[in-house]
Design a protein around this ligand. Structure first.
Ligand code: 5GP
Length: 189
């Protein structure tokens, strides 16, 4: 998506060869107009697939996912991050290693909000190693829900996330795909 690529070039900051900061329009501040346009793109791409819910991972996935859910007229389900295993029968849990923080957390899904009748669109801000998205898929499988596809704002195509997801049989649709980056240069695939 040209608009998102232009914004990344204008305001994105590659703090290393593998971490991009997009604090001014996605992470610390959100541009609702841009998110709405991204959501329209996701909604149009995944139209007619019988999707019943959008699922995202807190917290940076919420803005694009909520806009997408609104565009599609379906609910948004949020997978929450918890520092350690919570003793709660009402949750499905899966361990994730955070790409940006290097720490582990439990991703949790409330059993009350997903069932075997759900066909889900997974939305997140970034795709890097695919840890978060594959854990989300594991949780959805525990609930016997099915996954229609994965929508990503910014994919770092030089990292293995896409391959992991496509190897597992999921379609990945990214609005911006970064081929390589350094402090002075960002190249799109
Ligand atoms: P993965 O699980 O695919 O390795 O990483 C995806 C998650 O890590 C995303 O939910 C996102 O929050 C975070 N992330 C990964 N790479 C970046 C990055 O370059 N910049 C930012 N801001 N977040 C990232």
């Amino acid at each position: 998506m040209r608009l998102l690529e232009e914004r990344i070039l204008k305001e994105g900051r590659a703090v290393s060869e593998d971490i991009l900061r997009v604090d001014t329009f996605i992470n610390h501040q959100v541009d609702p107009e841009l998110m709405e346009k991204c959501a329209r793109d996701f909604a149009s791409h995944f139209k007619g697939m019988g999707i019943t819910k959008v699922v995202t991972i807190e917290s940076s996935g919420i803005a694009p996912a909520l806009m997408t859910a609104s565009e599609m007229g379906i609910p948004l389900v949020i997978l929450k991050k918890q520092p350690s295993k919570a003793l709660n029968d009402n949750l499905y849990q899966a361990m994730v290693t955070s790409f940006t923080k290097g720490t582990n957390y439990e991703l949790t899904l409330s059993k009350d909000v997903i069932s075997e009748n759900d066909h889900v669109l997974l939305i997140d801000d970034f795709l890097a190693n695919g840890e978060a998205a594959t854990a989300a898929v594991r949780l959805l499988r525990m609930a016997h829900a099915t996954v229609a596809g994965v929508g990503i704002l910014i994919e770092k195509a030089f990292q293995p996330g896409r391959e992991k997801l496509t190897d597992a049989g999921f379609e990945v649709y990214s609005l911006a795909r970064i081929e390589s980056m350094s402090k002075d240069n960002i190249t799109f695939a």
